[in-house]
Design a protein. Structure first.
Length: 295
């Protein structure tokens, strides 16, 4: 019997060590995982602008460009985020840091209802750092909970593009190019449902703190763009209204982006495309809204 318990002990010890080593590897070599660890420990930061969203905002809004052009910015977007997670990240940021002047929410309606899904879902990486739970970590250890990140680690090992990619002020920057060969095929305007309870909470939280909220639809591939106006009014869950700036309008985005050079993957911009979109956003939206705020 004693040999049985010894074997169980050593088996558990090996499992614990392997999971700890995996976490260490992720912290050292997974930029996204390391970013969430860092932002969960943010204290006394003083950014003028905060960006929220999922992977489309993570790739597409260049916080370094904004910071170098007079608007200090951090991109709090996380790949795979639901708007409920963005609310969590914003609430935690406001508890521990100076309030920003502006919050930019980047929507990804070009790829469907992932961000504004009517059914909320959590982000495993965010939950791991923001809601640590030993029971959950034992029943769903990191080797299983973050197994998809192992694929990213393999890509870093074998791909120069992945090794050279960087996380700068929260934005994922890579020079990798996968051309967008899709064709625009939606000449009629489509409606998008913005009556999400968590989106409303983000807006109300910002309004209560005197923070300006900018809502932006980010551009998808040609086939996923729409013909909604560049600027339109939406109805929120409490029947109040807000304005959305639509960079997914086909005519607008086509003048900014090069289908052959500005894409990292379908519906995701590389650093060149992200800088172009951010430059347009700064000149045509953020600077004007910032002036209005000052007045």
């Amino acid at each position: 019997m004693s040999n049985f318990f010894k074997k169980c002990f050593w088996f558990l010890a090996i499992v614990v060590v392997l999971n700890m080593l995996y976490l260490l590897v992720l912290l050292c070599f997974s930029p996204g995982f390391n970013k969430i660890y860092e932002i969960s420990n943010f204290k006394n930061q003083n950014f003028e602008t905060i960006v929220l969203g999922n992977s489309m905002a993570l790739d597409g809004i260049d916080s370094d460009y904004l910071s170098k052009n007079g608007m200090s910015t951090y991109n709090l977007s996380v790949a795979g985020d639901h708007v409920s997670t963005s609310l969590l990240l914003l609430e935690d940021y406001l508890k521990n840091n100076s309030k920003p002047k502006m919050v930019v929410v980047g929507f990804s309606s070009a790829i469907g209802k992932s961000y504004l899904n009517p059914v909320p879902f959590t982000n495993p990486e965010v939950e791991f750092f923001y809601h640590p739970n030993w029971i959950s970590n034992c029943t769903n250890p990191p080797l299983f909970n973050f197994q998809w990140l192992a694929v990213d680690l393999i890509k870093i090992l074998i791909s120069k593009d992945h090794r050279n990619a960087k996380m700068i002020l929260g934005q994922w920057k890579t020079q990798k190019v996968i051309p967008d060969t899709s064709v625009f095929k939606n000449p009629t305007a489509t409606t998008i449902d913005y009556k999400d309870a968590y989106l409303l909470k983000i807006i109300q939280l910002c309004e209560s703190r005197g923070i300006q909220v900018i809502l932006v639809e980010l551009p998808g591939s040609n086939s996923n763009r729409n013909s909604l106006p560049f600027q339109y009014t939406i109805t929120l869950k409490n029947q109040s209204t807000s304005v959305v700036y639509n960079l997914n309008n086909y005519e607008v985005s086509s003048k900014i982006l090069n289908s052959a050079a500005d894409w990292l993957a379908p519906d995701h911009l590389n650093q060149n495309g992200g800088m172009k979109i951010t430059e347009f956003l700064l000149k045509n939206v953020l600077q004007k809204e910032s002036t209005t705020l000052q007045q």
